[in-house]
Ligand binder design. Structure first.
Ligand code: SAM
Ligand code: SF4
Length: 452
């Protein structure tokens, strides 16, 4: 008699780091003979990989969980797991709130899913949130794309931005060795991947926790050294990295990006606020003048580089005048893309305790005004692509138009053009840009189109 394989469904919230963790967990489940299912309502194992960066992401998880908890009452064979940052933040409390849960596991435990699952299948309710040394993983992730891949280079964050929950839930910095990173990239190349994005919450901290110093007295392993070390992996055509921190960003890194042809001309450097007093209250460790100098230096070496960032409006105590300084920074710099957010007080962070919180009305009004400006500026800036030939790495079919394929330029612009995916997937194609289109106001992702 054959039994049908167990099916799993993973829902991922939040950042690229969570998406990369989900891919690793999916790889582990498939190595245990689970099969992916698109439908959480019929899957045998349902895993929510959660985000707690803002309250609305967290609340969404509870509403999804409620439905699954009901299902579990009539289907005891269902395995129900909460992973990621809400799991880390809530720990045992989550089991009390949703007793139907089989497992609560923090992000540092993603690579241990197989072992933890064994304990669940033996009938235990598992909570895995203690800090651990993250092990190198030998299971292959199940990647969503066949062309581009994320590669973690540093886990955790040692910064203490006063609004941010990440250090509480992702722990202290742990860098992977350059050898392990290179080996993963070589393996990706063998599987046909063409582009790698190196990931870290504060990627400029890469290597600080690894041993060794140079004769000049700096850390032996830095992000810049890593780029030189992995640059010649045969078969990988493009390298990106995120997220950069203005406090630690160096001119040496910019020069490396200019010198190394596979490193794409795209920098994601959150500034959070354009006002020095707000930056200080956030404990960001730089001024808006320093941020502007970084962008000037990038543009000196690479005038056409795409610049994206994150910003928060309505931080506790932010005055209208201070918010105007954020608008001014955005107007002066002209970002290609900006992820904007209204400040959301997070449990266990200093700013959440302050008594100078702003009302939801003020925050949402500022968010709207900032988004409006960003949309205008990004649209203006996009015009530079018009009529130009851009190198596009083709990733997939356009889900909305099967006659078109889609890919990204070196500056990370989503681009659509007519073509056959079977012939073009994974190829880098020169594309003449004939139309520049905005398809979203918040975040203002803009697409480039060639209509051949
Ligand atoms: N490590 C990155 C950095 O230093 O900017 C970003 C990490 S965080 C996952 C992504 C973004 O979420 C941040 O850049 C910030 O803009 C936003 N964010 C973090 N905490 C927030 C909060 N409490 N309220 C609103 N937005 C927040
Ligand atoms: Fe959060 Fe600051 Fe660390 Fe970024 S650098 S993850 S914003 S604490």
């Amino acid at each position: 008699m054959t039994t049908s394989p167990r099916r799993y469904h993973i829902t991922t919230f939040g950042c690229q780091m969570n998406k990369a963790d989900s891919e690793r967990m999916a790889g582990i489940l498939e190595s245990l003979d689970y099969q992916q299912s698109d439908n959480p309502e019929t899957a045998d194992l349902v895993l929510y990989n959660t985000c707690t960066i803002r309250d609305n992401a967290e609340q969404k998880v509870y509403s999804y969980l409620g439905r699954q908890a009901k299902r579990k009452q009539t289907n005891p064979n269902l395995t129900l797991i909460v992973a990621g940052c809400v799991a880390q933040q809530e720990g045992e409390a989550l089991l009390r709130r949703v007793p139907e849960l089989d497992m609560v596991m923090g992000p540092q435990h993603a690579n241990r899913l197989g072992d933890l699952l064994e304990q669940v299948l033996a009938g235990n309710q598992v909570v895995a949130t203690e800090p651990v040394h993250i092990m190198e993983d030998i299971t292959k992730p199940r990647r969503d794309s066949q062309v581009t891949a994320w590669v973690n280079v540093i886990y955790g964050c040692n910064e203490r931005c006063t609004y941010c929950v990440v250090p509480n839930v992702r722990g202290t910095e742990q860098s992977r060795t350059p050898e392990a990173i290179r080996a993963e990239m070589e393996d990706l190349a063998r599987q046909g991947y063409k582009e790698v994005t190196l990931l870290g919450q504060n990627i400029d901290a890469y290597g600080r926790d690894l041993p060794g110093t140079t004769p000049e007295g700096r850390h032996k392993h830095t992000l810049t050294d890593l780029l030189y070390y992995v640059h010649d992996v045969p078969g990988i055509d493009r390298i990106r990295f995120a997220t950069s921190h203005p406090r630690y960003f160096t001119e040496r890194l910019i020069r490396a990006c200019q010198e190394l042809p596979k490193v794409c001309e795209h920098f994601h450097i959150p500034f959070q606020s354009g006002d020095n007093q707000v930056l200080k209250a956030m404990s960001r460790g730089y001024t808006h003048e320093k941020y502007r100098r970084i962008i000037e230096t990038i543009r000196k070496y690479m005038p056409d580089a795409a610049i994206s960032a994150d910003a928060i409006v309505g931080f506790p105590g932010e005055t209208e005048e201070q918010f105007q300084n954020t608008l001014k920074l955005v107007a002066d710099i002209g970002f290609d893309q900006l992820n904007t957010a209204a400040y959301s007080p997070r449990p266990g962070t200093p700013a959440a305790e302050w008594d100078n919180q702003l009302s939801e009305e003020v925050k949402s009004d500022r968010l709207q005004r900032l988004n409006h400006l960003v949309a205008q500026k990004a649209a203006d800036r996009s015009q530079r692509y018009f009529d130009r030939v851009e190198e596009v790495l083709v990733e997939d079919r356009n889900p909305k138009n099967p006659r078109q394929v889609m890919g990204r330029t070196r500056g990370n612009r989503l681009t659509f053009f007519e073509g056959e995916i079977d012939r073009l997937k994974g190829q880098t194609v020169p594309v003449k840009i004939t139309e520049v289109r905005a398809f979203s106001l918040t975040g203002t992702a803009l697409s480039l189109v060639e209509s051949r």
